[in-house]
Write a protein that binds this ligand. Structure first.
Ligand code: SF4
Ligand SMILES: [Zn+2]
Ligand SMILES: [Zn+2]
Length: 313
C-alpha cells in the first residue's frame, strides 16, 4: 500500500479515512488535526501558557510532545495518585520525558502534599476509588493552573474516550452531562481555568502510532482501577460498530457537537458558584468536595490514632 500524500511505502492505514500514510506524512496529518482543533475551537493562542495534564499514558504523552513540537508555551503536570507501583512507574516515564526534551514539569503527590492515600480513603469511606480520584484530580488541575497563572488546562482525551463518554451519557440520558460535554469547557468563574481537549478527533490507535513513530516512552499498563470500568465496555462496543462501518465513532461524536448538543442546552442552567470556606476554590456548596474529602481523611486518621493509643494502654 502507498502513502496517499507522497506515494512512498505506507506505514499506517486509517480505515475511517480510507487512506494510508508513510511515517512523515502521518505526522503531517496528525499535526494538521491538532492545529485545526486548536484554531477552530479557539482552544488557546500561541502566547497562552498551557498546563498539560500528563499521566504517562500514550495519549497525554503524545499531546505533550505535539504541543512542544508546535512551539506552544507548555508545562506538564503529573499527579502521583499513590496507586501501588503504577503511580511510581508512570511518574518515572513522565520525568524521563521532561529531562529528554527539557520540558518544564510540575509534580504533585497526594500522599506527600495532602497526607492521605486515595485507595485507602476510598476503602474507608466506601466510595469508588475512581470517583474520589476524579474529584481530587479536577481540584488539583485547577488549583495548579490558577496558582501558576496558566491560561488553559489541556488533557489528552481522544476520540475513543469522548465517543465512549457520549455513549454512556446517551444510554442513561444524562441531560446535564450531555449539555456540558464539549472539546472546550470555558471558564465560568474568575477562579475556574478553561479546559480543552486538542486530541478529540484523533483515535487511540493514531496517538499510539504518533508515539511509536517518534520513539516516545509511555506506560503501557492501565491504572489497575480502570479494570471493569463501563467506559472500556463502551469502547469495545464502539470498536465493533467501527469495524462494520468505519467512521461511525467520529460521526457519532462530531454530529453530536454539530446537531445534538444544542438540544440539551437548557439543561445547562448556570449554577451559583461561590468560594470554598476553607480553601477558597470554586464550589457550589459551602465547603468544596476536595476539602470535604480531606476532612473525612483527617477524621479517620484521628480515630485510628485514638484507637491505637487505647490498644497501647
Ligand atoms: S482509573 Fe480511576 S483511579 Fe485510576 S486514574 Fe483513572 S480515575 Fe483514577
Ligand atoms: Zn508519505
Ligand atoms: Zn475547599
Amino acid at each position: 500500500m502507498r502513502c496517499r500524500r507522497c506515494g512512498e511505502k505506507a506505514e499506517i492505514y486509517l480505515k475511517r479515512h480510507n487512506t494510508a500514510f508513510c511515517n512523515n506524512c502521518f505526522q503531517v496529518y496528525y499535526s494538521e488535526q491538532v492545529r485545526r482543533n486548536i484554531r477552530r475551537y479557539k482552544m488557546f493562542r500561541p502566547s497562552d501558557r498551557v498546563l498539560v495534564v500528563v499521566s504517562g499514558g500514550k495519549d497525554s504523552m503524545a499531546l505533550w510532545h505535539i504541543l512542544l513540537k508546535e512551539g506552544y508555551n507548555v508545562t506538564g503536570m503529573y499527579i502521583n495518585l499513590g496507586i501501588c507501583g503504577y503511580s511510581d512507574r508512570s511518574q518515572e516515564v513522565v520525568e524521563q520525558f521532561s529531562q529528554k526534551y527539557n520540558a518544564p514539569l510540575i509534580v504533585k503527590n497526594i500522599e506527600k502534599d495532602y497526607g492521605f492515600s486515595i485507595p485507602i480513603l476510598a476503602r474507608e469511606i466506601r466510595r469508588s476509588t475512581c470517583s474520589i480520584c476524579g474529584t481530587i484530580k479536577r481540584y488539583i488541575f485547577n488549583k495548579v493552573a490558577l496558582d501558576g497563572g496558566f491560561d488553559v488546562v489541556a488533557t489528552g482525551h481522544n476520540l475513543d474516550d469522548e465517543a465512549a463518554t457520549l455513549l454512556g451519557n446517551v444510554l442513561s440520558w444524562q441531560e446535564g452531562y450531555l449539555a456540558r460535554q464539549a472539546p472546550v469547557l470555558p471558564s465560568t468563574h474568575p477562579k475556574l481555568v478553561k479546559k480543552v481537549k486538542p486530541l478529540f478527533t484523533l483515535t487511540e490507535r493514531e496517538n499510539l502510532a504518533y508515539i511509536i513513530f517518534n520513539g516516545i516512552s509511555f506506560i503501557h499498563e492501565e491504572c489497575p482501577h480502570a479494570l471493569g470500568a463501563s467506559s472500556i465496555f463502551y469502547k469495545e462496543i464502539l470498536n465493533k460498530l467501527e469495524e462494520e462501518s468505519p467512521g461511525t465513532k467520529q460521526r457519532f461524536l462530531t454530529n453530536f457537537y454539530k446537531k445534538g448538543r444544542k438540544c440539551f442546552a437548557k439543561y445547562s442552567e448556570p449554577v451559583k458558584l461561590r468560594e470554598c470556606k476553607i480553601c477558597g476554590q470554586v464550589t457550589t456548596a459551602e465547603i468544596c468536595s476536595f476539602c470535604r474529602l480531606r476532612q473525612m481523611a483527617e477524621k479517620k486518621m484521628k480515630a485510628d490514632s485514638l484507637l491505637q493509643e487505647g490498644e497501647n494502654h
